[in-house]
Structures are given as C-alpha cells and as structure tokens.
Design a protein around this ligand. Structure first.
Ligand code: ADP
Length: 484
C-alpha cells in the first residue's frame, strides 16, 4: 500500500537512467518493514542500463565541468531547497520503506539537503597552489580537476543522506554520478532524482539505477570510464567492491561498519551521558554505522548509569512510524532481527543481566524488537565484537582509563568513538589515544555537513562532508613549466 503524499509524482516506480524515466518487465518488490506489506515495485535493471547511464554521464561531463562553480552550485542549492519544500513527502516515503520514526525521517531530509547546500557553496572554494620551484627556470603550478564519472552504491539506513553526501560533492566539482541505491530503499532515491530534474540538473549527470546489486555493481566497479567509486555499506561488501575496483585503479572511497565504544568515566555527568547514549545508541533504532555499539562504563558508576539508562529506554514508544509519534521503529529485515536476538542470547549466556527489553515485540510486528539494556556484559560477548545494528545497549565494566582505551581500541573498526568525562586533560588524551576517525567528547552526536565524516582501520577510506569532502572527487594535477 503506497503512502499518501501531497505530491503524488514524487512516488516513482521507474528508474532514472540517462535523463529518462525507465521501466522494465522484471521488477523488485519493496516492503514496509513495519508491516511487511509491499508498498511498490521498482524496475530490475542490470549491466546494460548501467552502461547506458555511464555513456550519458561521460557525455554530460565535459559541458558540466566547463560551467562555473557558481552555476553548478546554483543547481545544487535549488535541489536542496526543493528537498526542504517537499520534506513532508520525502519523510513519508522514507518511513514507509525504511521504518524510522517520522520525526527522524524529517530530520534526515534536512540533514541530506544540507550536503547539497554545503557543497553548492564549497564548489567555489576549490583551489590550487603555486609551489616555490626547484630550479630558477621552472614554475610549478598545482591545479585540481574533477575526476570524471563517479559510481556510487548506497545503503538503506540513511536513504537520502548517504546519496547527497556523495552526489553533492561530485556534482559540485564537476563530476557526473551513477547511483545504485539499496534495493530496500529505492523510493527515496528516486524521489531525490525527480527533484534533481526539477532543479534543472542537466540529463545524464545523475542516474539512479534500481535492480539487483551484483550486475550493476560490476559495471560501476569495472567500467574503465568510471573514474571513481564511492560506497557506504557493510565492511564485507566494501572490501569486495574495492577489490573489484583494483582492475581499473579507480579512486575509491569507503564508509564501512563501525563498532563504536561509548565510554562513561567515573567523573562524567551521568544524566548527560545517558542523553548522549540514547541519542547515539538508539537513533534510527540502532541502525547507524556511528551508533554506540559497546557501552564501557566505569565500575563505580556502572549500576547508577545502567538504572538511569534503562528507565529512559523502557519509556520509549515503539511502533510503526506512519501511525503516530514513535521513538523506535522496526528493524530493516528479518536478518537484522535474528542478529540482535543472537546478541542478546549470547550476552545473557555470558552473565549479562537484562534490565529492560530483551525480545522481539511480536505484538507490534515481526520486525520490531524491544529496546534493550543489558548490564554486566563481558568484553568477549558477541555484541562487543560485531556491530549489532539494533536497539541493544550492552554495558561493560572497566576500572581504569588505560583499560577503557585498550578495550575501545580492540577492534578492526575505527569509525566513531564517544567518551564522557569532566577531566579536561583526559578529554585531550582520549582524542589522541582512541583509534577512530571521529571522537565525540561529552556528546553522542557528531554528524554535520561542515565536519569530516569517515573512519580509520577497516572502517573506510576518505572523508565525506566538510571542505575535505570535495577532495575525494578531485585529482591533483601538476604543471611544471619551463621559463627560460
Ligand atoms: P547492509 O548489510 O547494511 O545491507 P550491504 O553492504 O549489504 O549493507 O549493502 C549496502 C549496499 O551495497 C546496498 O546498496 C547493496 O545493494 C549493495 N551491495 C551488496 N552486495 C553488493 C555487490 N555484490 N555488488 C554491488 N553492490 C552490492
């Protein structure tokens, strides 16, 4: 059942390929995770259509990069304004296919639009440099040029923002982009494409190809005309796609999984730490790559923090986002429910104590899981080793800063880490000792379009957002000029 929209034409059951809306005989069904009901179908396109999109992108590249940054930026800013104008519809579409609470979906629309606005402005700040030469009769001039056609594969957890974080900088600096959104959330991506067209983005610069991942991904990672590949998703798929890119030595950006520690020290403001933990752990029903995954709590405050956190979590309203105000939605699919269920069982088997939640909320729907807090979880529990990606907060005790940092860094992931402490010197030490791309000190929310987002170790390559976010779409070129 389709969600009701103010502008019904933002609901597209066709893909957007090379400036054309395109159907196909074969389609893929998309469901509402809150109900399991099919809400619509998208075309099952493949390698041929992806190559067509790349052809069109290649053709559109020259004229687009020849425009001034101001002209390109104006299109991006119009696109952002249209997103905000239609924020209610975009949020409804997103909640219908992704499940997040409507207020969060609306928040994501604003967050997603902010990347288009930001990079629309940043386009004008792409700069080169002149280097003092190594010889008196040489001049060294460094410019930066758009890399060319970009291929992007994006996930379902932020169906709009994970696209604008890539399309914004790519288009701003002059690169066309061909996007394969998640099969689970294509309608947000297609609505976004409709608004790009309405904003006046010339044909071919942006394509959204729906279909099964593998054949589309093979073109985006294997076609030599695609100069740059950018991916957000799981670490396993990211590694596979990066390997596929090796054959043509593409520039590669990856935003992969995290395993964020959230450290509460004995001197922390516990109420603030609880607020931060709620924001970080339970946002998007625990399905973000920067979600606190392991709550490391000093043994002196473990019980008090656990009680306060559990009381707040127990009061969460769980339900379908389109039916009224909620705090927690469904998980994306049955696999996600199975994973969190296994993590709870493992934590309990290893001695953890459930303070609230702990099981499926079957009365609400098959993919709902009660928001859960488990105290006294040992460090070797599954929920500390793997990203849970669900509403489960497991608390691990520690007794010294050294121990907390060692536990925090004991993972191949390195995306986000959080710490709550009143000690200013410790705050500085943590920003240096935590092996993560982003460290939140006394805050559980770190994402903004003006700051660099990205990970170290196996959490990824490159940065999105901020002035650095454009770098991934620019090649550095040296001109060495003889001036006899
Ligand atoms: P998650 O586990 O969060 O769903 P995935 O990494 O499986 O994350 O999915 C992220 C994106 O990667 C989705 O758009 C998905 O369709 C895509 N994807 C998954 N497998 C492949 C593949 N073999 N080739 C190309 N894209 C893929």
């Amino acid at each position: 059942i389709r969600p009701a929209l103010k502008r019904a034409d933002l609901w597209r059951e066709q893909a957007f390929v090379a400036g054309q809306w395109r159907g196909a005989a074969a389609t893929i069904a998309v469901d509402n995770p809150a109900t399991g009901a099919v809400i619509g179908h998208v075309p099952d396109l493949g390698a041929a259509e992806t190559r067509e999109a790349v052809d069109a992108a290649q053709a559109a590249f020259g004229p687009w990069k020849a425009k001034t940054a101001k002209e390109r930026g104006a299109v991006l800013k119009r696109w952002a304004a249209l997103m905000l104008e239609h924020a209610d519809d975009l949020a409804t579409i997103m909640t219908a296919e992704q499940g997040k609470p409507l207020a969060e979906a609306k928040g994501e629309v604003g967050y997603a639009a902010s990347f288009l606005e930001w990079f629309g402005e940043e386009a004008r700040r792409v700069r080169g440099e002149v280097i003092a030469p190594h010889q008196a009769d040489r001049r060294l001039v460094v410019t930066r040029q758009p890399v060319g056609v970009v291929g992007a594969v994006t996930p379902w957890n932020f169906p709009l923002a994970m696209i604008t974080r890539k399309a914004g900088p790519a288009l701003a600096v002059g690169c066309p982009i061909v996007i394969k959104p998640s099969e689970l959330t294509p309608f947000s991506a297609l609505a976004l494409a409709a608004l790009a067209q309405e904003a006046g983005l010339p044909d071919g610069l942006l394509s959204v190809i729906t279909g099964h991942a593998k054949p589309i991904g093979e073109v985006l990672t294997g076609d030599s005309r695609v100069a740059k590949f950018t991916f957000t998703g799981s670490t396993a798929v990211g590694k596979l796609l990066a390997a596929q890119c090796a054959g043509t030595v593409k520039r590669v950006s990856l935003e992969l999984g995290g395993n964020a520690p959230f450290i509460v020290f004995e001197d922390a403001d516990l109420d603030a730490a609880v607020e931060g933990a709620l924001a970080s752990k339970f946002r998007n029903t625990g399905q973000t790559c920067v979600c606190a995954n392991r709550l490391l709590v000093h043994t002196d405050v473990h019980d008090a923090f656990a009680q306060k956190l559990a009381a707040r979590v127990a009061a969460y309203r769980v339900g379908p986002g389109l039916d009224g105000p909620t705090d927690q939605g469904p998980l994306i699919d049955d696999r996600a429910v199975a994973k969190i269920t296994a993590h709870v069982a493992d934590a309990v088997a290893k001695g953890g104590k459930i303070l609230t939640g702990g099981k499926q909320a079957k009365a609400i729907g098959a993919r709902f899981f009660e928001p859960t807090v488990i105290a006294d979880v040992p460090a070797d529990a599954l929920l500390n080793r793997e990203e849970t990606f669900g509403p489960l907060a497991g608390l691990v005790r520690f007794s010294s800063e050294q121990e907390a940092v060692a536990l925090a860094n004991d993972t191949r992931a390195g995306l986000a880490a959080y710490a709550y402490t009143a000690d200013a010197a410790r705050q500085w030490r943590l920003t240096e000792s935590l092996e993560y791309g982003m460290v939140g000190i006394n805050t559980g929310l770190i994402s903004t379009e003006v700051a660099p987002f990205g990970g170290v170790k196996e959490s990824g390559l490159g940065r999105e957002g901020s002035h650095l976010g454009a770098d991934d779409y620019l090649d550095v070129k040296l001109a060495c000029i003889a001036v006899p």
